[in-house]
Write a protein that binds this ligand. Structure first.
Ligand code: PLP
Length: 443
């Protein structure tokens, strides 16, 4: 309900569309529900929103990826099933990419194309979470990507989580140990850079995670959906430091999910990469035989999980990614520069919000200010996130609440910068000024 009869978006239409949407509480609505609601309001009012709710890439994919895919289709791959573990040249190129930009060695055998990082996570839960009956729970370092918890619900698997906000640096050790020492955690998952907060774990924190993963035999599922996008350090030169920070430098008990949706703007192709460490790929877990053809971890991932989920990843998309990675590995394309425009948008948007009375919620990595990147989090004095989101909808601005991400910062919203063009900054400024006048200046 709007408290102001003259908000930038006709409040009657907003009220009507909210009612029709079937959303009971806007604060707990999923990202896709908010997308659908705002689509409806835009259609009915003819007014464009400042859309900050969904992480859709707002940039063009690499030309090489398009060419690679077209060539593959012309060569007839559409009628052929791909190998489940991925086409050989792509597996080699993924391994090379990991060497070039993380500086670790993963055998091409453990480099698997997947139907997005979404499928990589699902497959990993199916195997990592079933390898030992005593270890039946995933631990999320939150805030996090809500769909991974949804995947647990769909699978009937258990999870626990905590908000890392209060446990940065050395404090992370004690907090993690409290969970891991109970012996029931199979997998530890976090995204880095983090969706939604854009915090980045420091080397010290990654080292703590690696040490504890070894001590308690926990598999770390490191979600690198925003690979290279901590723009404070330029990791873009193949084979040269600095490299993408990763727990893989500190333990062998890892799997890396490298989405190509954001770093390569290939979200529509539904292709991502999963890298299983050489040691973990080889390990045998007798319990796996109950579900999969044999006891091998890597074997179960390929011929158990990925086989039954989709029997591999789209054939032509593999050739597209192959060509893009080749270009990046050879230093012909700088994929970090390609996505750097997000940082500039984030900087501008944060500035506009702060000028108009809003605050940033997650704002530091230990002692360093956060990078400008794909997401940031914000709040408004005296309002819970749910109320703030509901009110912003009347001002032509959409986002999601941090509530649904496992964050304890219930006052916060997540903004995604990818769909907000520079041409919309004036509009954003005007709407925020109106919001401020109606909510701060009038108090
Ligand atoms: C943290 C995180 N993990 C995984 C994904 C899913 O990536 P993909 O599009 O490769 O399935 C996303 C997408 O937004 C994400 O933010």
């Amino acid at each position: 309900m709007s408290t102001n009869p003259s908000t930038p978006i006709d409040p009657q239409i907003v009220d009507q569309k909210m009612q029709q949407s079937g959303i009971e509480q806007i604060g707990t609505a999923s990202i896709r529900e908010i997308v659908a609601l705002v689509n409806e309001i835009e259609k009915a009012t003819g007014t464009r929103y400042i859309r900050m709710e969904m992480g859709v890439p707002g940039l063009e994919p690499p030309q090489e990826a398009i060419e690679g895919e077209i060539e593959a289709l012309q060569n007839g791959v559409a009628s052929k099933y791909p190998m489940i573990e991925g086409i050989k040249p792509l597996k080699n190129e993924i391994s090379r990419f990991i060497k070039n930009f993380i500086h670790i060695d993963v055998d091409p055998r453990g480099c698997l194309p997947t139907v997005g990082a979404m499928q990589a996570a699902f497959a990993s839960f199916l195997v990592a979470g079933r390898r030992d009956p005593a270890k039946d729970t995933t631990l999320f370092i939150d805030p996090g990507f809500p769909v991974q918890k949804q995947q647990h619900k769909v699978l009937g698997m258990k999870y626990e989580s905590f908000d890392v906000y209060n446990y940065r640096g050395e404090q992370l050790r004690e907090k993690l140990e409290a969970h891991l020492s109970q012996g029931h955690i199979s997998t530890l998952l976090y995204s880095n850079p983090n969706n939604p907060s854009w915090i980045c774990l420091t080397e010290k924190e990654l080292q703590i995670i690696g040490e504890l993963a070894d001590r308690y035999d926990v598999i770390v599922l490191e979600d690198l959906a925003y690979f290279g996008m901590d723009f404070r350090r330029d990791i873009s030169q193949p084979g040269e430091p600095p490299y993408q920070p990763s727990v893989a430098h500190y333990t062998d008990n890892y799997m890396l999910m490298i989405s190509s949706s954001k770093s390569f703007s290939l979200a529509g192709e539904r292709i991502g990469m999963l890298a299983i460490s050489n040691g973990l790929f080889e390990r045998q877990f007798p319990k796996l035989r109950e579900f999969y053809p044999n006891e091998g971890f890597g074997y179960s991932m390929v011929y158990g999980a990925l086989y039954t989920l989709s029997a591999g990843t789209n054939h032509s998309a593999q050739y597209g990614l192959l060509k893009a990675l080749k270009s990046v590995n050879e230093g012909k394309r700088n994929f970090v520069e390609d996505v750097r425009p997000y940082a500039e948008r984030a900087r501008m948007m944060k500035e506009l919000l702060q000028e108009n009375g809003f605050n940033l919620v997650y704002d530091r990595d230990e002692d360093k200010p956060l990078a400008d990147g794909f997401y940031f989090t914000f709040s408004f004095p005296g309002m819970e996130g749910r109320e703030l989101l509901e009110r912003l909808i009347y001002y032509g601005i959409s986002a999601i609440t941090l509530d649904i991400t496992g964050s304890e910062r219930t006052e916060g919203l997540r903004a995604c910068v990818s769909q907000v063009g520079k041409d919309q900054m004036d509009q954003l400024q005007q709407r925020l000024q109106r919001f401020r006048q109606d909510h701060l200046d009038s108090v």
